[in-house]
Design a protein around this ligand. Structure first.
Ligand code: GLC
Length: 649
């Protein structure tokens, strides 16, 4: 609803900033007025009763205006170009990403800038840099404990290096993603320092208590994130004599978003990143940003209100920057991060498809795709205009976060099924080729997640140790099957660095006291560029994995129907070992079928006749050959861990 006085207020503040609201800044002004009512309503929903509400709101509006005023004209131009495309730019099949640690990949930011041709060769034009802002050595959680949101950690270089890299990337047609660690700061952040010294203003930036009354109330409902290495959700601070909420590690202090000053301060940081030229901002751990005693303190409605508010503000001042909510939550919960009601597709633009990722690992271990299918009715609810990050591995563990009922609907006992998966991937299950490890085992519930690199979990580590050529070939097939399935399913495929070369686990983290307590480091390799050179030598593992990955990305980039336009349909299951989906766009159809089992799978040709005009011929982009569609009593045979990418002709 239109709000006259808010409109006048915005006009005034823009004119004060000497913005030309009838001329060159007209689009900004229009966006601001158009979103003002939503911003106002969301803000009131969160802070309407807070004593500092109205001061905070003025600051919020001023922050938006300042962000736009400081936005580089080249970035404003890029915003306008992104808005010109009829569909949101990020749905495109031509974007493919890689997530990497700058220091472990290329030593520093300058090193990374010199490696852009590597990405071009692979077909990657989007980079997620793992956190590069200042974070105390030894207490950094891989950079997710930030002590200064605006200072690049000297280990990686300088802010100028980051800016230069971004410019070089944009000039080369690439996109940049970085994190905003929204939920917490390092206990060495300036705000935490002041809170430790007793400054009440900054103590209110965190959840701090003199006694255990509230901490106990919170703890009763809150699950533990790292039960082995960081049990409980509060840490005693000797410096100020208070209990501080620390949901993750003891050195990560949770920010108190019930205080509007925290929101405004973090919005300023968000705009600092948008004005660095970030194309997609990864909002770390958004599920946790609002806490209420008596709840799990995850996925609360107010957390969504904050994300919506951030989205509307970003939409005004930096519309070219999309938002990714890193919520690794149950399938029904994840959908809410895309917004609903009048906020449908107006909350986070992206979420990780962690459910699908874990389901792929489920299918690979069991050779059975029924659990995967049993989850799709939830995942298919993603609204048009939003997208997934599709992936097989990332820097984190694999959580088997899908619902028990999905496992039961597929005919299994949920507890036994999960137990099998954990044993399989940790290599304990008899005959398992996987070499991974359990992560964050909860002794009370026996819950656990899984660490390990793509290659090691697919059996390459064991096969190489045994010098077993046949097992090596099989594990490479599995690696490629997993990648292909996630690249073509829709969403922005995000490779994890090293996986394109088949890196196996790196156990050197055990020697480093800052890392040894966290086995996620086993799958965060240090790139050895001599090893990567082997991708040039025909027949090496590196060459086989790299070239296959590259080929998959190039096929995807050439087929518009692989973009994320709500154009995914699951094929009816004719064989429980085969997962199949249809991607379609403007009359083009791509049938993707994947055999997750270690035996040949038979698919009736009838399968391809159930979806529109029955095709007479299918072109397999993967093998580059035409297949004549057979009679209904004849079969397409899919070899173990093989797949087809079949375009209907
Ligand atoms: C996110 C990150 C993870 C980190 C956590 C705490 O889940 O992906 O690596 O440990 O947030 O910041």
């Amino acid at each position: 609803m239109y709000n006259y006085s808010l409109h006048q207020q915005i006009n005034e503040s823009l004119l004060n900033k000497k913005l030309d609201i009838g001329g060159k800044d007209i689009s900004f002004h229009t966006r601001f007025v158009a979103n003002a009512t939503a911003i106002d309503a969301l803000y009131k929903e969160l802070y309407g009763n807070h004593p500092a509400a109205s001061v905070g709101f003025q600051q919020l509006l001023a922050t938006i205006t300042a962000a736009y005023a400081h936005r580089d004209p080249a970035l404003r131009q890029r915003d306008a170009e992104k808005e010109k495309v009829p569909e949101p730019w990020f749905l495109s099949n031509t974007i493919a990403g890689m997530s990497l640690y700058v220091d472990r990949f290329s030593e520093n930011l300058q090193g990374l800038a010199s490696k852009l041709s590597y990405f071009e060769k692979l077909g990657v034009n989007f980079l997620h840099l793992m956190p590069v802002f200042e974070s105390p050595a030894g207490e950094s959680d891989g950079g997710y404990a930030v002590s200064d949101f605006r200072k690049v950690d000297p280990r990686f270089g300088t802010l100028e290096d980051l800016q230069a890299l971004r410019q070089k990337m944009h000039a080369a047609g690439m996109y940049l993603m970085i994190d905003i660690v929204l939920n917490h700061t390092s206990h060495r952040h300036e705000w935490a320092g002041k809170a430790k010294q007793g400054d009440p203003f900054y103590q209110d930036y965190y959840y701090m208590y003199n006694d255990r009354v509230l901490p106990d109330m919170f703890d009763a409902g809150m699950p533990e994130i790292f039960p082995e290495s960081a049990p409980g959700n509060f840490t005693w601070s000797n410096e100020c004599g208070k209990w501080v909420m620390t949901v993750f590690h003891h050195y990560q202090w949770d920010l108190n978003y019930t205080n509007p000053a925290v929101l405004v301060s973090m919005l300023e940081n968000i705009f600092f990143y948008s004005n660095l030229g970030v194309d997609l901002l990864r909002i770390d751990a958004p599920a946790f940003i609002w806490k209420e005693p008596g709840t799990t303190c995850q996925n609360l409605p107010q957390a969504h209100a904050i994300l919506r508010l951030i989205k509307q503000c970003v939409q005004v001042a930096a519309p070219g920057m999309a938002l990714l909510g890193e919520a690794i939550v149950a399938p029904a919960e994840i959908m809410k991060y895309f917004g609903n009601g009048m906020y449908t597709a107006r909350e986070c633009d992206f979420a990780y498809n962690a459910t699908q990722m874990a389901l792929q690992w489920d299918a690979l271990a069991t050779g059975d795709t029924r659990v995967m299918l049993a989850a799709q009715h939830e995942l298919l609810q993603k609204p048009y205009g939003t997208s997934w990050i599709s992936y097989t591995r990332c820097h984190d563990d694999i959580g088997l976060g899908y619902d028990d009922y999905m496992i039961r609907n597929a005919g299994f006992n949920a507890w036994e099924h999960r137990k099998f998966l954990k044993e399989y991937y940790s290599g304990e299950y008899p005959g398992s080729p996987a070499r991974g490890a359990l992560f964050s085992v909860n002794p009370k519930t026996q819950d656990a997640r899984i660490s390990g690199s793509l290659a090691s979990l697919c059996g390459l580590e064991k096969a190489m140790a045994e010098n077993n050529e046949q097992a090596i070939a099989l594990s490479i097939d599995k690696i490629i099957l997993m990648q292909a399935h996630s690249f073509f399913i829709g969403g922005l495929p995000m490779l994890f660095y090293g996986d394109e070369m088949g890196y196996t686990n790196d156990y050197s983290y055990l020697q480093d006291p800052g890392k040894s307590y966290d086995n996620r480091w086993m799958h965060r390799p240090v790139i050895d560029w001599n090893k990567n050179q082997r991708a040039e030598q025909p027949g090496t593992t590196e060459q086989r994995v790299f070239d296959a990955t590259r080929k998959l990305l190039s096929i995807r980039a050439s087929l518009k129907e692989t973009g994320d336009y709500k154009n995914l349909q699951w094929l009816s299951p004719h064989n429980i070992h085969v997962a199949g989906y249809l991607r379609s766009y403007a009359g083009k159809r791509l049938f993707c079928v994947f055999n997750f089992s270690d035996r040949p799978a038979y698919l009736t040709w009838y399968l391809f006749k159930e979806y529109g005009n029955p095709p007479a011929v299918l072109y397999d982009h993967w093998r580059e050959e035409q297949l004549k569609v057979g009679f209904d009593h004849e079969y397409l045979v899919v070899a173990p861990y093989q797949f087809f990418l079949l375009e209907a002709e």
